[in-house]
Design a protein around this ligand. Structure first.
Ligand code: GLN
Length: 192
């Protein structure tokens, strides 16, 4: 099992540490050729406009889209925005996931927050239900899911913060900033 982490900008090193902790081979992806022998790819949090611009500059847009048609990709926060079809803004998007996102939906940096979520899908890796402690930093909201995309988790008021479309995964929050490895384990199960 070999998972790549897009390492153009953002908190890719936290994802790499998490994957290594789980005994998975984890590599940085900066060029199209780095995608060659991967089972899956994580796109980290950071700034989606910057990640998009750099992906264009490094000729990664088409190779990433191609990779996503047959491999697992998980976008956290800015990565989720980059994966989406619609972010209501003029910026480079992969357009792989049929979700509409709203950037910075919870306000500014000072409005970052943490909350416990119930995510049934994580039962598949832990076997027992226990809440997932999620960290939101200038997070996007997944406004709506379309086509084959489905909501995986919502806040208490029903707003969507995690979605899945086949082997594609998007989370508004940052599992790589906690010590809970369940989301990474779930993604690895999608990649294998
Ligand atoms: N606000 C950032 C964006 O719009 C995402 C923030 C994050 O990844 N923590 O791209």
């Amino acid at each position: 099992m070999k998972i790549g982490v897009l390492a153009l900008q953002g908190d890719f090193s936290e994802h790499l540490s998490m994957l290594k902790k789980l005994g998975v081979q984890a590599v940085e992806v900066r060029l199209p050729k780095h995608l060659d022998d991967l089972n899956g790819l994580i796109i980290p949090g950071g700034e989606s406009t910057t990640i998009g611009k750099l992906a264009v500059a490094y000729d990664l847009m088409e190779p990433l889209r191609q990779f996503g048609t047959s491999h697992a990709i998980w976008g956290t926060c800015a990565g989720a925005i980059f994966l989406s079809k619609d972010a209501r803004s003029n910026q480079p998007l992969l357009g792989l996931m049929d979700i509409k996102v709203q950037r910075n939906a919870f306000g500014r940096q000072v409005d970052s927050f943490e909350t416990d979520l119930n995510i049934d899908e994580l039962m598949k890796v832990s076997g027992t239900p226990f809440a997932y402690h999620a960290v939101f930093i200038r997070a996007p909201l997944i406004e709506s899911v379309h086509g084959n995309a489905k909501a995986l988790s919502t806040l208490e008021d029903g707003r969507i913060v995690a979605a899945q479309e086949g082997h594609l995964l998007a989370t508004s929050f940052h599992p790589e900033l906690t010590s809970d490895t369940r989301f990474h384990e779930y993604f690895i199960s999608l990649a294998s």
